[in-house]
Ligand binder design. Structure first.
Ligand code: ADP
Length: 483
């Protein structure tokens, strides 16, 4: 759950789940309460109806209420007419006086003896001036019982009516609801989580777009671009506005920095040229003392290095400013590669490194010959520079698909895997101490310039290296056509 979409859906699922469980609980308990109320009403009805029948019987309507068995006034029975009428009523029904049961409905007769006598006792022993109600747990079942006292003072003894209904039905009622709830609620849950996932995805799409747009602006050269802002009411648009303002400020400072580097390099060029000319003149003068010569030579070498640095800085600063238009013309790469290989051979001779020219396929590109030569030279000089004596450098030009591939393979020092991602950064050198001064003295700008030239031609530089084993640089450039 690391994405906002995942977290939103998860939070929604939890809220939805809790709401559904709560809903199910409320539905179940309220339906149980209403079923209970309905049952109580039914039992009350039955009890009242029974007492009404008995009351009517008292007026002699249904053939009298009580008939004495064998003329025994203390052993009364309910008359047949009343019994028949009571038999029509649903549920459990007992009519008794304070001593014994006078009538039991068929469901009571079907109860076990124990349950039957328990119910009879409840009816006989119940004492209340009014009606009473409650649950009675039997062996086989649980009953909701309602007592009704017949208080007709015209008859003695007064009668009591017990009506009851099976309370287990309530449980069953709950089960009835349980099944649909168990099926529908998980379905609703699942559907709503799917909808939530879809909706959050749709609502987060502008965030994805914002991330894509930002990614496109990430590199320093795209700072002129801005994020699209549709209105200022939307939170994301407000964020985009703030980011745009920040990018504008960054663009300003970057531009200032580039301009400063370009201007400073440019300003340094002339004094350095003058200095170089002066030093050369001084060295050539017959009046110069021989002990001053080494110092003058060193000064000249350092001035040359500084002039190189200023040149590289100016190249990069102009490239950053977009002030370097790559001048495009037809370039025969094979001829250029042969030429570069010759230069490399000369460099290699001085350094004790063998330079070999392998396969050279005739290929043509559209590009700037000066810049392309600079690119190739940067790579081959590095190869010679970072290869020890008795090592070798192999140069070739191949065709790879529609691209021309310039490959320089050396058996030199190699580059550690951890260093590879940084080699194209400005002023980066694998081992500053190793390359400082002497023949390997560099500024760490050569590869940055090489990469810029390759990119400006729609190409790329790839490097594969193993420390101590050697390095292979491959420069690919889109070839216009084969010869
Ligand atoms: P430098 O002026 O130091 O040569 P580059 O930008 O040309 O600067 O190269 C950056 C760094 O990459 C070098 O300092 C060196 O450590 C490493 N490097 C470049 N080419 C090679 C190579 N062929 N073999 C080993 N290391 C290399």
């Amino acid at each position: 759950m690391r994405t906002i979409r995942g977290r939103l859906t998860f939070a929604f699922a939890i809220a939805m789940g809790a709401a559904l469980v709560l809903f199910a609980g409320i539905v179940l308990s309220s339906s149980r309460r209403s079923a209970e109320r309905r049952m109580q009403a039914r039992v009350l009805n039955a009890a009242e109806l029974a007492s009404r029948i008995i009351e009517q019987g008292g007026t002699g309507v249904f053939g009298g209420v009580i008939v004495s068995e064998g003329g025994q006034p203390n052993q009364p029975l309910l008359s047949q007419g009343i019994r028949r009428l009571l038999g029509v009523l649903p549920g459990y029904l007992i009519v008794s006086d304070s001593l014994r049961v006078l009538y039991e409905s068929p469901p009571v007769e079907r109860l076990s003896d124990r349950d039957r006598s328990r119910l009879a006792r409840a009816s006989i022993q119940a004492f209340s001036p009014d009606s009473a109600a409650g649950f009675l747990t039997m062996d086989s079942t649980r009953l909701f019982v309602r007592m009704q006292f017949e208080r007709s003072d015209t008859r003695a003894p007064s009668l009591r009516v017990l009506a009851a209904e099976n309370a287990d039905a309530l449980q069953l009622h709950r089960l009835d609801l349980f099944t649909p709830i168990l099926v529908t609620l998980p379905l609703i849950f699942l559907l709503s989580v799917i909808v939530a996932w879809g909706l959050s995805g749709a609502n987060l799409q502008p965030v994805d777009r914002l991330i894509d747009d930002l990614e496109a602006i990430q590199d320093g050269r795209s700072l002129h671009r801005r994020l699209p802002v549709e209105s200022d009411e939307n939170e994301l648009d407000r964020i985009a506005e703030k980011i745009n303002a920040m990018i504008a400020r960054l663009e300003g400072s970057f531009a200032g920095l580039r301009r400063f580097t370009a201007d400073a390099s440019h300003e340094l060029k002339t004094p350095l040229t003058v200095l170089r000319a002066d030093l050369e003149r001084a060295m050539g003068s017959p009046n110069v003392a021989s002990d001053q010569l080494p110092a003058l030579e060193e000064a000249l070498a350092e001035t040359a290095r500084m002039a190189d640095l200023v040149d590289s800085l100016l190249t990069l600063a102009r490239a950053d400013e977009g002030r370097f238009d790559i001048h495009r013309e037809r370039v025969d790469l094979d001829a250029m590669v042969r030429d570069v290989a010759d230069t490399a051979s000369m460099l290699g001779e001085g350094a004790g490194v063998t330079v070999t020219l392998g396969e050279v396929v005739p290929l043509v590109v559209q590009g700037d010959p000066v810049r392309l030569r600079q690119l190739f030279l940067n790579i081959v000089t590095n190869a010679v520079k970072y290869t020890s004596r008795a090592g070798s450098v192999a140069i070739s030009l191949e065709q790879r698909g529609t691209d021309a591939a310039f490959i320089v393979q050396d058996t030199g020092l190699g580059i550690a895997a951890a260093d590879l991602p940084f080699i194209f950064e400005r002023f980066w050198r694998a081992d500053r101490a190793r390359s400082r001064g002497g023949e390997r003295g560099g500024f760490g700008l050569g590869l940055a310039i090489a990469q810029w030239i390759a990119h400006a031609h729609g190409g790329a530089i790839n490097v594969a290296s193993r420390l101590g084993r050697g390095t292979t640089f491959t420069i690919t450039l889109p070839a216009t056509r084969q010869q």
